[in-house]
Write a protein that binds this ligand. Structure first.
Ligand code: CU
Length: 600
């Protein structure tokens, strides 16, 4: 496929998405009496030929907010972003609601009885590399149903912004469940664009993994089957792989950046016996002192809609600092330890987080998994999609503490400076903690060095093959090994049960690329020529490559046949084709070749 073809296709899809958004958002807004304000003409839209009925689409009506007059900087305490002025740290932090199953043990629908069906693995729950061996599973099965739809929300107080959301929420509802308990989630697409849902960090059959071309078409549904299992190692469930902090987000081909920017993200948090015992023993803070924080940047148009340029392939940056969908909210906390699941949910903004009080974070884990033991970090560097599981101890904290990003970044290129010489700037404050009351006597006991989850290290000698992937730029778009993503091609065909060594090299002249591997965790054996920093030393699902960066990693491929993808998680780079398939198979195969399975 020529680059010009890709560009026009992406342009078309994104233009179609933007048009549909404007149309259906306007329709949604017209139904909301509070927002029938009248105002200027609708955003400019190009011609569009819908091929599929678009539920929710309606007549074009006036936009959300009257175009405000730009205001000069206000008095102390006021923040001006673009055309809007607001007072930060006045709105309470929203904590995403816990999703309620529509059935436990018996389903209110027949799994697979929908347009896009369900994974074949739902009916044959045996590990592909050792057929006959069932994967670890407990009961009872849980069923959820989400509708992906548009809604209005206030990112900035008083400004109505149309968003895309799981059940119309941004962030969407949090799934809380247990390792080994199978989930079936029926995702309905009530949006005017294609979607695909990726459970980031999960060990999941290909049909349910959010492969970019395995869509949920508008008006249709797909049943996602999440075994929420752990792989088998030496005949036993490998609980070192038990997931703690996952998130799900959109992954539709060519328009992931747009769909994620519009709000499609949710947390999914699991526990197993080990983590439950840490919480029950008051080693780790449990509910309600365990709070997910989705940190993002966003930018608004003067009419209050989310500003997204479909022709910017470098990476979309914002100028508003969000936590859980709100600009600069506030959270009241007690004088005790809290656990926070920090997620960098941005499209293209890297973050280095610190606390204004100067106190360190106690870090429990990276990405999906807990560390073998808790470590201390003064600041935490997070690429897009990376997570940090942390404890903050407010016992002796000042009355006000800010969670802030100090990393200087001016464009989608990435942070200013290289990994080892990062440039810092004045703090961008995401969240204010107001610390109240006397010290609590029953605070959790976790401290530096507290044992958490044992890590089963992969022995580098087990690697049966070494593959090298070069990430680079060509003609303003993004490639791996001189190839654009091709949805039909398996670029690598690991044999199930084997270990591979991958070398990831960044030859893109100063651009940073966080590389996300689906299906399996990866273990770094080197980072930019040396041993990996301690916080990257165990399990990762996303690893950042700075300009000129090189990492060597190990992966063990288990349980599920492909295809799966790995890609840059600057989602604009991913859309502009910095993505490859790996396609684990039961028997050795040469690559590249055609992918072995595709699904409607
Ligand atoms: Cu990239």
């Amino acid at each position: 496929m020529k680059r010009s073809d890709q560009k026009s296709r992406r342009h078309l899809l994104r233009q179609s998405a933007s048009v549909a958004l404007a149309t259906t958002a306007a329709a949604a807004i017209a139904q909301d009496p509070k927002t029938r304000t009248g105002g200027p003409s609708i955003p400019k839209t190009g011609p569009r030929t819908p091929s599929i009925p678009k539920p929710g689409a309606g007549p074009i009506t006036p936009p959300v907010n009257p175009t405000p007059t730009p205001k000069p900087p206000g008095p102390v305490g006021d923040t001006v972003v673009g055309s809007f002025r607001y007072t930060p740290f006045t709105v309470p932090l929203p904590i995403p609601q816990i999703a309620t199953p529509v059935g436990i043990g018996s389903a209110p629908f027949t799994p697979g009885d929908c347009f896009h069906g369900i994974a074949p693995e739902y009916f044959d729950r045996r590990s592909s590399e050792s057929h006959g061996l069932p994967w670890f599973e407990t009961g009872p099965e849980k069923y959820y149903e989400f509708r992906m739809r548009q809604a209005l929300m206030e990112i900035i107080p008083g400004v109505k912004t149309p968003v895309y959301g799981y059940d119309g929420l941004f962030p969407g509802p949090t799934i809380r469940s247990r390792v080994g308990q199978p989930l079936v989630v029926r995702f309905w697409n009530d949006l005017p664009v294609e979607t695909s849902i990726h459970m980031h960090g999960a060990h999941t059959p290909a049909h349910s993994d959010g492969s970019p071309q395995f869509y949920v078409l508008p008006g249709r549904a797909r049943d996602y089957y999440y075994p929420m299992s752990v792989p088998i190692l030496n005949g036993q469930p490998d609980f070192s792989e038990s997931p703690s902090t996952m998130w799900f987000h959109d992954h539709a081909m060519d328009i992931t950046a747009h769909n994620v920017w519009q709000g499609m993200c949710s947390f999914c948090m699991l526990t197993d016996d080990l983590e439950d015992s840490l919480i029950a023993g008051n080693v780790l803070p449990g509910d309600p002192y365990d709070i997910p924080l989705c940190l993002q940047d966003r930018k608004l148009n003067p009419d209050g809609t989310l500003a997204f340029n479909p022709l910017d392939f470098n990476g979309t940056l914002g100028n508003i600092w969000l936590t859980n969908g709100k600009a600069q909210p506030v959270l009241k906390v007690e004088r005790r330890k809290y656990r926070f699941r920090l997620l960098n949910g941005s499209n293209a903004r890297f973050m280095e987080l610190q606390l204004s009080s100067g106190q360190p974070f106690l870090r429990l884990g990276k990405d999906t998994w807990l560390y073998p033991r808790a470590i201390q970090q003064q600041s935490i560097l997070l690429s897009m999609a990376q997570r940090a599981d942390v404890v903050i101890d407010f016992t002796d904290a000042p009355n006000e503490v800010f969670l802030e990003n100090i990393l200087s970044q001016d464009s989608g290129r990435g942070p200013n400076g290289a990994f080892a010489r990062r440039v810092h700037q004045a703090p961008m404050r995401h969240l204010k903690f107001v610390v109240e009351g006397p010290p609590q006597p029953n605070s959790a006991t976790v401290d530096v060095g507290t044992p958490l989850r044992p890590h089963e290290a992969i022995n580098p000698a087990e690697a049966v093959i070494t593959r090298t992937f070069d990430f680079h730029r060509r003609n303003g778009a993004w490639q791996i090994n001189n190839k654009f993503f091709d949805p039909t091609i398996a670029n690598a065909t690991p044999t199930l049960g084997s270990v591979e060594k991958w070398i990831l090299r960044n030859n893109s002249g100063g651009w940073w690329h966080p590389i996300h591997t689906h299906l399996e965790s990866h273990q770094l054996i080197s980072f930019n020529g040396g041993p990996p920093p301690v916080e990257f030393s165990w399990k990762n699902d996303t690893t950042m490559l700075d300009g000129g960066g090189v990492v060597e990693l190990l992966m063990r491929f288990r349980t599920f046949k492909g295809p799966f993808v790995f890609h840059c998680h600057n989602v604009d780079h991913e859309d502009m084709r910095m993505m490859f398939h790996f396609d684990p198979r039961t028997t050795p195969a040469q690559s590249p070749t055609l992918i072995q399975a595709s699904y409607p």
